[in-house]
Design a protein around this ligand. Sequence first.
Ligand code: F6R
Length: 260
Amino acid sequence: MEVITQATAEQAVKLVSRLIEDRVKVKPGAVLGLATGRTMERVYAQLAMSSASFKECTTFNLDEYIGLPSDDAQSYRHYMWEHFFSKVDIDIQNTFVPDGQATDLQQAATDFENAIETAGGIDTQLLGIGVAGHIGFNEPLSSIMSRTRDKCLTPKTREQNAAMFGGDANKVPKRALTMGVGTILQARELILLATGSAKADIVARAVEGPITSMVSASSIQLHPNCKVIVDEEAAGCLQGREYYDFVFANEPEWERYRQN
Ligand code: F6R
């Protein structure tokens, strides 16, 4: 794992966007794993302004609320359309979001896993992190081996996402269909982005704490190719900053990204 701290959220977002752009330039038919949430809105805005073409890409989103129609303004399918798919040249047929409206959720989960496999697996998976330590909607006690399935959200997560539902946590759906931790760990590369002081404690627990299903994001420590990009605020509780900064300042792979 590498942990890269940028001075501002804007710079952290730009770095993540550049990494994705570069992946797509090297492999135009890349399979991208996508995340939603407020942090990612800026990444999609940045990507939409870039010169990258997503024409040949296939995308898989991490999660979707259960029970929200896909045209509901709060559904993640709608979010993706609004922030990204409508702004770039991607073929909408090649965009997959778990089907939270399916009558048979288990079948929908199996179909989603099969679609990832048919696409050849995910090359680069974008991740945010929730204050409850989730990646995707893998709430505490999610098995590290878990696959796509329905999951009950924690009150803390519903509180975190209340702003998108008029500030009322009770309006946030109670359940979601989410890629499992095991599904996420199968991607060939993980890029986790976190910004702001509210994420500082959970970022430190994910990166430096014990690997535990109580903090699903700590499972990224098991991944051989994982980058964590944070701003100064989100890096606030990290103990090993000196070494992480040294790696970014010295490793050749980061040279072209140092002047952001
Ligand atoms: C959403 C997702 C979540 C979010 C996380 C952070 O698809 O996978 O794990 O990335 O809840 O959300 P924000 O960025 O709104 O703090």
